[in-house]
Design a protein around this ligand. Structure first.
Ligand SMILES: Cc1cc2nc3c(=O)[nH]c(=O)nc-3n(C[C@H](O)[C@H](O)[C@H](O)COP(=O)(O)OP(=O)(O)OC[C@H]3O[C@@H](n4cnc5c(N)ncnc54)[C@H](O)[C@@H]3O)c2cc1C
Length: 449
C-alpha cells in the first residue's frame, strides 16, 4: 500500500480501494481525464478529495475563478472515498475540556462555531446539489466503553450545555439499549447534530457541482515535481506541465514527504481501517445496533461504527503503523474481535469488506488552513485527525477565500498557523508503535468496570 512517509507519490490512475463504498456507489460522475499537454492556469489544486473539490467549487461559485484540480488517481481515491461516513460537528481530535484549557473559552467557542458551520456547509452542498448520498437522520453517540468513563462524559455534556449552549445530553445505559445493545455500553453522550451518508457519492456530487460551476478535475495526474519562481508555480504531471499563479495543496494524509520541503514532517499519516460485515438477521440487528445512528466509543484507540442501510455493520479503528504492514490480516482480525466483544451476538459473523486509509494527524491534533511559509501564493489545508468529512468541505471553502486574498477567513487563530513539524522525524513510527502498545494496554485494562 502507498505509504506517504516512504513513497514519492500515490501512483497514477490507481483504482479505488476495495471498499463497500466503491462497490455500492454506482457509475462515477464524469471528470476531465488526465492532463494532456502544457497549460497556464490561475489556480491549480493538488488532490481531489473533499478539501480540493470543495475549494474548486467555492472558487468557481463564490469567486468566479475556474480552477484546475490535479488528482493522482481517481476522484476521492484518498480518505474522501473510503471513510467511516460520519459527518459530525468535528475536526481534529482534542477533547473540549483540553481545548478550553489550551486556548481559552472564547477560542473554543469560535472553533465550535466553525465546526457547526462545517456541518451546515455539508448539509447545504447536499441540498443545493441534490446529492443523492443516502444521508441518514441525525444523531451521534459517544459511548462509554467503561463505567469509569461515565463521569467524564457527564462533565463534557456540562461544557456543551453551559459554555457552548449546545443541547448535548447524557443517555443512561438502560436507555441506550434501544439504539446500542450488547456489551461495553455504560451510557453515552448524545449529540443531536451529525449524520452518516455514502462518502463516495458525496464526493462525486461535489465534483459534479464544481465542474458545472466551471472547474476542471484531471484524474490520473500525479504532481511529480513542483518548482516556484517569480512567474508562478510549475507543476509537472505525466501528461503535461501546469503553470499556475496560485497553488492549493489538498493532499492531506496522502501528502508524500517529497511533494514540497515546506510541507515535509508537518503531518503524520495514521492508518485507519474498516471492516463491513455481511447483512445481519433481524435478531442480530436487535442484539447489536437496532438504531442507525453514528457511534464511537471512549477508548484511547477508539472504534467507530454504524449500521448500514442494508443491515451490515461498518466497524473501524486504528490499525497498521506503516504501509508495508497495512495488508496484514492481523488488523482485520483485531477489528472483528473488537466488534464481537461489543456485540457478542455477532460472534463468527462473516466480513465482506476490509480496507483502510491514511488520516492526517498534526502535532497539536487540530486542523489548519494557512499560506505555505516561504512559498508565495500557495496555501494548504488538512490535519483533520480522522474527523474531517464536514471540516474538509469547510476548509475547502476557507482555502478558496484565502486564495482570493482573505488572509484569515475564520476568527480561530490556531486554524491559520502552520502545524509545527514533528520532532525526531526518523523515530516517528517507533514512537507511534510504542504509543499504540500503551493505549491498547490501557484500553484493555478493567474493561468491565
Ligand atoms: C478509514 C477512514 C475512516 C474515516 N472516517 C471518518 C468519519 O467517519 N468521519 C469523518 O469526519 N472523517 C473520517 N475520516 C477522515 C476523512 O475522510 C478525511 O478527513 C477527509 O476525507 C479528508 O479529505 P481531503 O480531501 O483533505 O483528503 P483526501 O480525501 O485524502 O484526498 C487527498 C487526495 O490527494 C491525492 N494526492 C496525493 N498526492 C498527490 C499528488 N502528488 N498529485 C496529485 N494528487 C495527489 C490523493 O490521491 C487523494 O485523493 C476517515 C478516514 C479514513 C481513512
Amino acid at each position: 500500500m502507498y505509504d506517504p512517509l516512504v513513497d514519492a507519490n500515490p501512483g497514477r490512475a490507481q483504482p479505488h480501494a476495495p471498499s463497500y463504498w466503491a462497490d455500492t456507489a454506482g457509475s462515477p460522475v464524469a471528470d476531465d481525464g488526465p492532463v494532456r499537454g502544457n497549460e497556464d492556469v490561475e489556480v491549480a489544486i493538488i488532490g481531489a478529495g473533499y478539501t480540493g473539490l470543495s475549494c474548486a467549487l467555492h472558487l468557481a461559485r463564490e469567486h468566479g475563478v475556474r480552477a484546475v484540480v490535479l488528482e493522482a488517481n481517481q476522484t476521492a481515491w484518498g480518505c474522501s472515498g473510503r471513510n467511516g461516513s460520519f459527518a459530525r460537528i468535528s475536526g481534529g481530535r482534542v477533547p473540549l475540556a483540553a481545548l478550553i484549557e489550551r486556548y481559552g473559552a472564547d477560542t473554543a467557542r469560535q472553533y465550535f462555531n466553525e465546526m457547526r458551520q462545517a456541518l451546515d456547509t455539508t448539509r447545504g452542498l447536499i441540498r443545493d446539489g441534490n446529492i443523492d448520498c443516502d444521508a441518514q437522520p441525525d444523531g451521534v453517540y459517544k459511548v462509554a466503553s467503561k463505567a469509569i468513563h461515565v463521569e467524564s462524559l457527564k462533565r463534557e455534556m456540562g461544557l456543551y450545555n453551559d459554555l457552548l449552549d449546545y443541547p448535548a445530553r447524557f443517555v443512561e445505559a438502560a436507555d441506550l439499549q434501544a439504539v446500542h445493545a450488547g456489551a461495553e455500553s455504560f451510557g453515552a453522550l448524545h449529540m443531536p447534530d451529525g449524520f452518516s451518508m455514502h462518502p463516495l457519492k458525496l464526493a462525486w456530487g461535489v465534483q459534479r457541482m464544481a465542474r458545472e460551476a466551471g472547474a476542471r478535475v484531471h484524474t490520473g495526474s500525479p504532481v511529480t515535481a513542483w518548482t516556484s519562481s517569480a512567474q508562478g508555480h510549475r507543476l509537472v504531471t505525466p501528461g503535461g506541465v501546469i503553470t499556475a499563479r496560485k497553488v492549493v495543496v489538498a493532499t492531506n494524509g496522502y501528502t508524500s514527504r517529497q511533494l514540497h520541503p515546506a510541507l515535509t514532517g508537518r503531518i503524520l499519516p495514521v492508518h485507519s481501517q474498516i471492516i463491513v460485515t455481511r447483512p445481519m438477521s433481524a435478531a442480530e440487528k436487535q442484539a447489536s445496533l437496532p438504531g442507525a445512528d453514528c457511534m464511537f466509543d471512549t477508548r484511547n484507540l477508539l472504534f467507530y461504527y454504524r449500521r448500514l442501510p442494508d443491515d451490515r455493520i461498518l466497524f473501524g479503528g486504528r490499525s497498521a503503523v506503516n504501509g508495508r504492514d497495512a495488508e496484514n490480516p492481523l488488523h482485520r482480525e483485531r477489528l472483528l474481535a473488537a466488534l464481537c466483544r461489543k456485540f457478542p451476538a455477532l460472534q463468527g459473523i462473516d466480513v465482506d469488506y476490509n480496507w483502510g486509509g491514511w488520516v492526517a494527524v498534526t502535532n497539536n491534533s487540530l486542523p489548519h488552513c494557512y499560506p505555505i511559509q516561504g512559498v508565495a501564493n500557495a496555501y494548504t489545508g488538512g490535519g483533520y485527525a480522522g474527523s474531517g468529512v464536514s471540516f474538509s468541505l469547510q476548509t475547502g471553502k476557507r482555502l478558496a477565500q484565502m486564495a482570493c486574498g482573505e488572509a484569515r477567513p475564520t476568527p480561530v487563530p490556531f486554524l491559520h498557523q502552520a502545524p509545527k513539524p514533528f520532532p525526531f522525524q526518523s523515530f516517528l513510527r517507533v514512537g507511534q508503535r510504542m504509543a499504540y502498545a500503551w493505549y491498547r494496554f490501557k484500553d484493555a485494562e478493567r474493561a468491565s468496570v
